[in-house]
Design a protein around this ligand. Structure first.
Ligand code: SF4
Length: 315
């Protein structure tokens, strides 16, 4: 797979663009995830024409539509930032991004819970950074996260799974449009979708079955929307355990009673939080390989992202 194009707040790559001339280098993003992605760095404050160093800024007023104001001299930068951001998001369409990693807590780049100072001078953590808001409104289906949330192993796994899946989907979209290509993609991603949302799994199954009754463009659009919505829902040990038991059903004939008991015990230990997901999935992978199970061996669920990222190693 080619590298995945990912937007990122520039300061997270170590670029010295912050108001105080510093940066917020995140080593996981540069050294680990950076091996698989091509970053497109964006610093809204510098790109909209502000110098480094500069006066710090904050959001003020109504958390639903705050103003971007310098902290000490109270210069209102809202119109300048909005004008630049609305133009920039249109240019970004050319970058073929599969997601964006924002800098948390920033009045320009934070994607949630950014401090907004109300009329009484009290901060409430209910805002969205000005550029982040315009970006997310322009690209509503694109996976987004901030570096703070990515320290949570479950959120990290979810985000990375989504960007890898979107990249695979984009590869389908570069091929000649055909219902068959979507059906093939769907077949390989069925269990991955099931692990996120049994409801979407059913809805998408019906959509694929009705594909020939829909105009091709509408079919692609509806499929993509459901795909990204489903993957946004977090996987839980319970959902994963259901998928693992479903997979086990494919080996009814081959596994001995003892092997079935062992597999069920490992799945239960995972569901109770005693062992990480890598344990049951490795055992299932072993049986898929040993018995060359044709349906399961094509499932992306077995390996949705590189093993080196160690995303399935946490309890
Ligand atoms: S948080 Fe955003 S605006 Fe602030 S320095 Fe980083 S990239 Fe620039």
């Amino acid at each position: 797979m080619e590298k995945i194009n990912l937007g990122i707040s520039s300061c997270l790559l170590g670029e010295t663009v912050r108001y105080d001339g510093g940066h917020k280098l995140d080593r996981f993003l540069t050294d680990t995830l950076g091996q698989y992605v091509q970053y497109v760095p964006i610093c809204p404050e510098v790109e909209c024409g502000l110098p480094v160093p500069r006066e710090s800024m904050r959001l003020e007023g109504d958390p639903g539509s705050p103003r971007l104001v310098t902290s000490r001299t109270k210069q209102d930068m809202t119109d300048r930032m909005v004008r630049w951001a609305e133009k920039r998001v249109v240019e970004i369409e050319e970058e073929d991004l599969c997601g964006f990693i924002f800098k948390s807590d920033s009045p320009s780049s934070g994607m949630e819970r950014v401090r907004v100072t109300n009329e009484k001078g009290m901060p409430v953590k209910k805002g969205i950074g000005m550029f982040a808001r315009i970006f997310m409104e322009h690209f509503p289906l694109l996976p987004v996260e901030d570096e703070g949330r990515l320290h949570d192993p479950a959120l990290r796994e979810n985000f990375i799974e989504r960007i890898f899946t979107l990249k695979r989907w984009r590869e389908v979209m570069t091929k000649k449009e055909s219902r068959g290509n979507v059906v093939d993609f769907h077949t390989k991603h069925k269990l991955l979708i099931l692990s996120h949302s049994p409801k979407h799994y059913q809805t998408m199954g019906k959509l694929v079955a009705q594909a020939k009754d829909l105009p091709l463009k509408e079919f692609y659009w509806r499929y993509q929307k459901l795909l990204m919505e489903s993957l946004k829902l977090n996987v839980t040990p319970k959902k994963n355990a259901n998928v693992l038991q479903h997979m086990m059903g494919y080996f009814k004939e081959q596994l001995s009673a003892d092997e079935k008991t062992e597999l069920l015990e490992v799945i239960e230990a995972y569901q109770k939080g005693y062992v990480p997901f890598i344990v049951p999935i490795t055992l299932i992978q072993h049986y898929v390989r040993k018995y060359d199970q044709p349906y399961l061996k094509q499932q992306v669920y077995l390996s949705p992202h590189p093993l080196e990222l160690q995303l399935r190693n946490h309890v």
